[in-house]
Design a protein around this ligand. Structure first.
Ligand SMILES: [Mg+2]
Ligand SMILES: [Zn+2]
Length: 203
């Protein structure tokens, strides 16, 4: 058995962008918009060094919603992984849900159980790599990430990417009874969990 760190993609690996059509922050739709989140390279190197598989688990409904082509999505994925690889930050595997209840492309229009907060993608990864979920972590910036990680038995870290406590209150409301194991404001704070002199260990 092995252990893994599951990473949400948008907002954790690559930065989110402002989507003019949606009028809110969302996923990059163009490879030129890909900017890595500060400290993600250090974190991926660290988790790898500690013996974890680095696995992306991400909802990506934009193909189904006709905002990006399959090729366009593949280009973005390659760009993310290659940017990281150049920095010696290795992604071991990636699991995506392309479904959406309101998708415009029939094969993606589905109320599936792989879309987070569903846990099917985590289960698939667990089976493929023989992962001990109790020794694994889910790191995400959304409530769906924390709920999926929690349901699958991983420890969870909510990265708020914000300083204001008003947002935290909103997160808590949306999480209901689920509590993230840890809440940090940015990825830089996570490395302390690995520090043997720190209060917490990711082990
Ligand atoms: Mg996210
Ligand atoms: Zn799905």
């Amino acid at each position: 058995m092995t252990k893994g760190v599951f990473f949400d993609r948008d907002g954790i690996i690559n930065q989110v962008i402002y989507d003019m059509v949606l009028g809110r922050i969302s996923t990059p739709l163009n490879p030129n918009q890909i900017v890595l989140v500060p400290k993600i390279v250090d974190l991926l190197r660290l988790t790898k060094q500690k013996g974890y598989l680095n696995i992306i688990v991400s909802n990506q409904p934009m193909i189904g919603l006709k905002r990006i082509s399959e090729d366009g999505f593949a280009t973005i994925t390659d760009r993310v992984v290659n940017l990281l690889k150049k920095e010696n930050a290795i992604i071991d595997d990636q699991f995506y849900c392309f479904h959406h209840p309101y998708a415009l492309i029939p094969k993606y229009k589905k109320k599936c159980s792989c879309r987070k907060p569903g846990i099917d993608l985590i289960t698939q990864a667990q089976k493929k790599h023989d992962i001990d979920l109790k020794k694994s972590w889910f790191i995400g910036d959304g409530t769906f990430d924390i709920i999926a990680g929690h349901k699958s038995g991983c420890k969870t870290i909510l990265v708020t990417n914000v300083e204001e406590s008003a947002y935290l209150h909103e997160f808590e409301k949306r999480l209901g009874k689920v509590k993230p194991d840890f809440i940090v404001k940015n990825l830089g704070e996570i490395k302390h969990f690995f520090d043997p002199r720190g209060s917490y260990h990711i082990d």
